[in-house]
Design a protein around this ligand. Sequence first.
Ligand SMILES: NC(=O)c1ccc[n+]([C@@H]2O[C@H](COP(=O)([O-])OP(=O)(O)OC[C@H]3O[C@@H](n4cnc5c(N)ncnc54)[C@H](OP(=O)(O)O)[C@@H]3O)[C@@H](O)[C@H]2O)c1
Length: 357
Amino acid sequence: MAVSHYESVKRVAILGVTGSIGRQALDVVGANQELELVAAQSGSTPIDGLAPLTQVGGDPVELLERADADVVLNAVVGFAGIRATMWALEHGVTLALANKESLVAGGELAVAAWRRGGGLLLPVDSEHSAAFQCLEGRSAESIAGLVLTASGGPFRGRTRTELEDVTPEDALAHPTWNMGPKITIDSATLGNKGLELLEAHFLFDLPYDRIELVVHPTSIVHALVRFRDGASLAHLGYPDMRVPISFALTYPNRAATAITQLDLASGLTLEFHAPDFETFPLPALAREAGERGGTFPCAFNAANEVAVQAFLDGRIAFLDIAAAVEDVLARVDGAPARDLDELVEADRRARELVPVA
Ligand SMILES: NC(=O)c1ccc[n+]([C@@H]2O[C@H](COP(=O)([O-])OP(=O)(O)OC[C@H]3O[C@@H](n4cnc5c(N)ncnc54)[C@H](OP(=O)(O)O)[C@@H]3O)[C@@H](O)[C@H]2O)c1
């Protein structure tokens, strides 16, 4: 019989509880006696009675201070999640992070807060959860590189001309994952892989030239780590976000879930292709923003958020999203932020520069 590492019940706070990740996290908590929901926040949807402490919108800091949670799941979408991420990192409270935008934008400031706080930062993004598991316990010198997989989204294989007139409805039809609208568009532009490249750099302290992106249409292999001896370790499973959510919330116990095991005998094949960075320029722009450092990743994220919303509202075309990000990155100074106020200011300035009506 398995012996639990965690003797008492774990107190969980979920921010972004009404979203795709938030709702799946509620399923995970509901199915696990080791976990107890103590606080929840949404952006605007009423959530009275969902948890002992609830809040709709606003600054989450007071809620988090009162909640006394063992683990904070940040499943807010976009830069709006920055205060919760910074608070948990600074206070050394275990952070289960789905809200990649906050780590990308927070960048070096977030990493410094994480070092000071000394807590656990457990990625919920499926690729990063997979990478974390492949990397855990390995020495930095033994690692040759990390490979993040991308499904390629609904427009894989299309040319730029074929993408000129695609609509939000076309872009929202993702082949393998069922997610909130912003990340679904990010998957269609490959902007999501750009964000994930930056996220991996900050999470695992890997230089950008050691992080590869590869297209893998069925999303079975979530990440692969290459070692200096020529061996590679990969993480496989059907695409289901409850696996990385459960991994992060029950870490290090890896609690049981009801998710189906891989059926290898059914003829599972694993296909990989090089991404088309000319048709989908956002990963290359993210890499460049990361290499420039400072608040360039923050500007990448801010411009992308505004442009994705403009596309969803029908104000700009699909190809304009990457063009807008490129334009903003050429115009910001990217000066490092010394504190959260300066970061919020860098985010605001980048948003203002996005050329949308
Ligand atoms: N969905 C996935 O499978 C997936 C996979 C990997 C990573 N992620 C990441 O997880 C995060 C959440 O994605 P999602 O797909 O779950 O998004 P989603 O379905 O759009 O849900 C977003 C959640 O954030 C809340 N929210 C929005 N603005 C807020 C604010 N200002 N303050 C507090 N809460 C706010 C929303 O509340 P309301 O309902 O009240 O608007 C909702 O609960 C994103 O960073 C995404 O990149 C998602």
